[in-house]
Write a protein that binds this ligand. Structure first.
Ligand SMILES: NC(=O)c1ccc[n+]([C@@H]2O[C@H](COP(=O)([O-])OP(=O)(O)OC[C@H]3O[C@@H](n4cnc5c(N)ncnc54)[C@H](O)[C@@H]3O)[C@@H](O)[C@H]2O)c1
Length: 325
């Protein structure tokens, strides 16, 4: 079967690709497990060469706003699409036009291409907690109203609605998940406003000093890369009739304060020389973070069997194992 990952050279897209290759099969048009024979990583940038050594994988580098190219990549033989390409939160806020072109028009291109496919492709869309805004409760639950207050959040809500509507029409078999902040992001930070939550773990463990721009008491909902990849796999495999009228669900993150994250970095067993962590509040970032939920708890995700993480120590140990050898 043919599978396309948009944003396939990004943080989550690359990990998802490795997981799909390791598993080797996904539920295909027959409703049975089918071998993944063609895995396309579509992205504006090329993935590292070492991720293209498997003969089932190929990269297509291009822009998701190019409808013609998207239709070539997601052609009539496509069985499944994981749609992750996006301009992320602070990027979409800083560049209004670019945000709408990539996150709205790009998503529309993906859905139109999937609609033209021979079968009814499964399309899994990466949404975000940015769909919530205003006076969000400390714990966001399934019933929390959708009230985005950023361009990125608005674009993700529209994406969710499109996924639900194209599915209602029978054009695709779509699903969307609202991801908490994924920690630890390896390498360089992207333009997400939440970047410090990974930085507070990543930088010290790489021997770099870290200045955290929010107070140690600041809490946020996070999920590990390993768990989010399992959620993508689980969402793809799920019988979508179990999702109900809306094809979008909330994922359960766990709550961690930046002070606890800093303490856990010190406590983790490793012989690496650790950089120092200091706290210097940036009022702008603090105000953004104060408006975020402290955690998310989805009874629906639990009922549907989605995995979640247990504690920050395990997340840090997994980062060391997966990224630092
Ligand atoms: N990482 C998180 O904490 C988090 C949280 C909530 C939601 N999400 C969502 O999950 C998805 C993946 O996130 P990520 O952390 O891997 O982000 P990322 O920035 O690492 O990956 C996104 C990829 O999209 C690609 N892209 C951007 N513009 C493009 C364009 N015009 N054409 C083609 N490709 C383009 C980028 O090159 C990048 O590789 C995104 O949709 C993001 O909004 C992520």
């Amino acid at each position: 079967m043919k599978v396309v990952i948009t944003g396939g050279a990004g943080f989550i897209g690359r990990k998802l690709a490795q997981r799909i290759l390791a598993r080797g099969t996904l539920t295909g048009a027959s409703g049975q497990a089918e071998a993944v024979t063609d895995l396309v990583l579509f992205d504006a940038v090329a993935p590292p060469d070492e991720e293209l050594t498997d003969q089932r994988v190929r990269a297509v580098t291009g822009d998701i706003t190019d409808a013609g190219l998207v239709a070539e990549v997601i052609d009539i033989h496509t069985d499944s699409v994981f749609h992750l390409a996006a301009v992320v939160s602070a990027g979409a806020e800083a560049e209004f036009d670019l945000g709408y072109q990539v996150n709205l028009d790009g998503t529309h291109n993906v859905l139109e291409a999937a609609r033209a496919a021979d079968g009814t492709p499964r399309v899994v869309f990466a949404s975000s907690l940015a769909v919530y805004g205003g006076a969000v409760p400390d714990t966001v639950v399934d019933e929390t109203p959708i009230t985005p207050e950023t361009s990125y959040g608005a674009q993700k809500v529209i994406g969710e609605f499109l996924i639900t509507d194209y599915s209602r029409k029978g054009y695709i078999d779509g699903r969307a998940m609202r991801l908490p902040t994924i920690v630890v992001r390896p390498g360089k930070p992207n333009k997400a406003a939440s970047g410090f939550a990974s930085g507070i773990i990543r930088e010290p463990l790489n021997g770099v000093d870290m200045v955290c721009p929010v107070t140690p008491e600041s809490r946020m909902a996070i999920m590990s890369p390993r768990t989010v990849v399992e959620c993508f796999m689980h969402m793809h495999e799920l019988d979508s009739t179990r999702l109900g009228a809306s094809r979008a669900i909330l994922l359960s993150g766990f709550s961690v304060s930046m002070g606890d994250a800093a303490a856990a970095v010190q406590a983790v067993e490793t012989n690496r020389t650790r950089g120092r962590i200091t706290f210097e509040v940036d009022p702008q970032i603090q105000a953004i973070v104060d408006g975020w939920p402290k955690t998310t708890s989805s009874a629906q995700a639990a009922d549907l069997g989605f995995p979640s993480d247990s504690n920050i120590g395990e997340v840090i140990s997994a980062y060391i194992e997966d990224e630092l050898g």
